[in-house]
Design a binder for this molecule. Structure first.
Ligand code: SF4
Ligand SMILES: [Zn+2]
Length: 315
């Protein structure tokens, strides 16, 4: 591992490497989509995702590019419910809904607490509502929102990695105890949680990337997490591109994602998904990428380890 003491990664260094934000409309989500997901009960069902436009996350994690579609200031009360209402009008009927806000749903400067009631009313017909949050922002606000909700509330939390030194370098401002305590708090209150886990954060070799993603899955399940999502680390936010140029970061290989997904599913400790967005960048071979992606999607949905596809490209 490359542990260059000169590599000073902090808020200022990370933010100074950013490009411009994208223009956003405060009354519209910046995106929405519907995707299939295997539910806790084992059914494969459509899940809607609304990407809410709101104030930027107060944390500045090294690998994060979610700031690109955020505002500098808080949005007005009523803006988030308007965005949800608009997206639900566009979306086909689905049973499960992710409200992702590029930060923490329980950050009062991102989603005003005054809006919780209207949001709860808009989503009352769903079976499940999934929001995301930094562990340090999971507190009684989460229970207040849950108490207004008819659907089951699930919370997605970034664990990122259990490698102690890398977790520090990611500037997540979180300890593993913060993570475990949040998961215990949610579990104690009957709220399911899912963890985002990074595959090959900076400063790790390919094999170290696999090893630490697998240890992170172990840790997440032992903390009480119900579902793990493995995210191959990407560049594109300025800071990561600079690390890549200087040799501190390389994109993980799609085969490592396959290895870690197989490991996670094999544990049978809960659902494990691979993030399959734009996987072509993790493969140097155009011949097998579609087959590899199809296999990962099928493993996500069925939670079984499928036989590797016979590849004519031999790698
Ligand atoms: S806490 Fe999440 S949204 Fe905020 S900077 Fe870190 S990764 Fe990005
Ligand atoms: Zn190939």
């Amino acid at each position: 591992m490359n542990e260059d003491p000169e590599l000073l990664i902090n808020d200022q260094w990370i933010v100074s490497r950013r490009g411009n934000k994208n223009p956003v409309d405060l009354q519209r989500p910046y995106g929405w989509l519907v995707e299939k997901e295997r539910t806790i009960s084992g059914k494969i069902e459509d899940t809607g995702i609304i990407f809410l436009t709101n104030r930027e996350c107060p944390f500045h994690c090294l690998m994060c590019d979610l700031w690109k579609n955020t505002t500098d200031e808080s949005v007005a009360i009523g803006s988030i419910p308007n965005q949800i209402e608009w997206a639900l009008e566009q979306m086909p009927a689905v049973k499960h809904l992710k409200l992702y806000n590029n930060g923490s749903f329980f950050d009062g400067r991102a989603v005003p607490e005054e809006d919780y009631k209207s949001i709860a009313s808009l989503v009352k017909d769903f079976e499940t509502v999934i929001v995301e949050s930094h562990p340090r922002l999971i507190n009684e606000k989460c229970l207040n929102f849950r108490n207004m909700l008819k659907p089951d509330l699930h919370v997605a939390i970034g664990l990122e990695t259990v490698h102690p030194w890398i977790l520090l370098k990611l500037n997540k401002q979180m300890t593993l105890d913060d993570f475990s305590n949040s998961v215990s708090y949610l579990t104690k209150n009957g709220i399911s949680s899912r963890a985002f886990i990074l595959l090959r954060p900076p400063l790790l070799s390919e094999s170290e990337g696999i090893f630490w993603a697998e240890r992170s899955i172990d840790f997440a399940f032992s903390a009480g997490i119900e579902c793990c999502i493995i995210i191959p680390v990407r560049a594109g936010n300025g800071a990561m591109d600079e690390l890549m140029e200087k040799g501190y970061f390389s994109l993980p290989d799609i085969q490592s994602l396959e290895t870690v997904l197989e490991y996670g599913i094999g544990l049978k400790a809960g659902r494990v998904f691979a993030d399959v967005w734009d996987l072509a960048q993790f493969s140097s071979c155009k011949k097998c990428i579609d087959k590899r992606t199809d296999r990962l999607v099928s493993m996500n949905l069925n939670q079984i380890i499928l036989k590797p596809v016979e590849y004519t490209c031999n790698h």
